[in-house]
Write a protein that binds this ligand. Structure first.
Ligand code: GUN
Length: 280
């Protein structure tokens, strides 16, 4: 069994980006990301902090807009529109979840597709499904990079995704299909889930339930990717996979923490640099 070290792979990606950004700066191009956060969701604060730290390390300019919980949709959309028009900004991100009463889908589709570094605008979602050049949602993008880093074959393999969120499960279907995998998606209404997951060559857990995937649900030598970040009552981070037992069966497995999480942030940085280069 081999661990796919997302923390180390993300470090290498950030280090390469840092060099690339230095070269862009010599050409007068300065990548810049604007992050909008509404309210004070605890987990979001941690994610946003990680994104700002990554920008600082790489040399990407970073602007943060912290809006009150009581912000209206009109106020949010007018900020997004202002940032769309600001030529110094390459990437815009609205951190989800938004407080009740604000519609994240409306916010995402208001972000200019050219600045949509999260890949959540329907234009980018559609382009991904057509296998066209676009901004790819960061977590699925990071998962593909992790598989590629270990030369794990995707073509012809049976990939089973547990979870159908707009942020992870659905865009991951397209990413894996574009690499010629046979893709099955399972979710909360799926019957005989364990029978299906047992046929997976590549199993991706993105459910948000601690240690949901147990060893009896996994085929020998499967590649297991754990997207979950769950905090236990003791404050420990655990994934959606029972790592201790599943790792005995898997050929490759990603840890939590230090797996998919750091890769999501690294791929966001890749997308911001891509946005800056698209403007050249
Ligand atoms: N909330 C949870 N994950 C993400 C993400 O990747 N991007 C944004 N904008 N919000 C999130």
């Amino acid at each position: 069994m081999q661990i796919i070290d997302g923390k180390e792979l993300a470090r290498i990606i950030r280090s390469n980006l840092k060099e690339e950004v230095e070269q862009l700066k010599e050409k007068g191009i300065q990548p810049k990301l604007a992050v909008i956060m509404v309210g004070d969701d605890k987990a979001s604060k941690v994610y946003v902090r990680n994104k700002s730290k990554a920008c600082e390390e790489i040399g990407i300019l970073y602007e943060e807009y912290l809006l009150e919980e009581t912000t209206t949709m009109d106020e949010l959309l007018s900020l997004i529109n202002k940032l769309n028009e600001d030529e110094t900004i390459n990437g815009i991100l609205v951190q989800s979840p938004l407080p009740k009463g604000l519609d994240a889908n409306v916010a995402f589709r208001t972000i200019s597709p050219k600045k949509d570094v999260d890949g959540f605008n329907p234009i980018n979602v559609g382009k991904l499904s057509l296998n066209q050049d676009c901004f790819v949602s960061c977590t699925p993008y990071g998962i593909i990079k992790m598989l590629e880093s270990k030369n794990i074959e995707i073509e012809g393999k049976h990939a089973v995704i547990i979870g159908r969120s707009n942020i992870v499960g659905k865009p991951l279907i397209q990413c894996l299909l574009n690499k010629n995998a046979t893709v099955t998606v399972c979710h909360s209404k799926t019957q005989n889930l364990g029978e299906i997951t047992k046929t997976a060559d590549i199993l991706v857990a993105a459910i948000g339930k601690p240690k949901f995937v147990t060893e009896d649900m996994v085929k020998d030598n499967a590649v297991v990717i754990d997207v979950g970040i769950n905090r236990t009552d003791e404050g420990k981070l655990v994934g959606d996979v029972d790592f201790e037992n599943v790792s005995k069966k898997a050929s490759y497995i990603t840890p939590v923490p230090g797996g998919v999480g750091p890769m999501t942030v690294a791929m966001l940085m890749v997308n911001v640099v891509k946005a800056a280069k698209n403007n050249m």
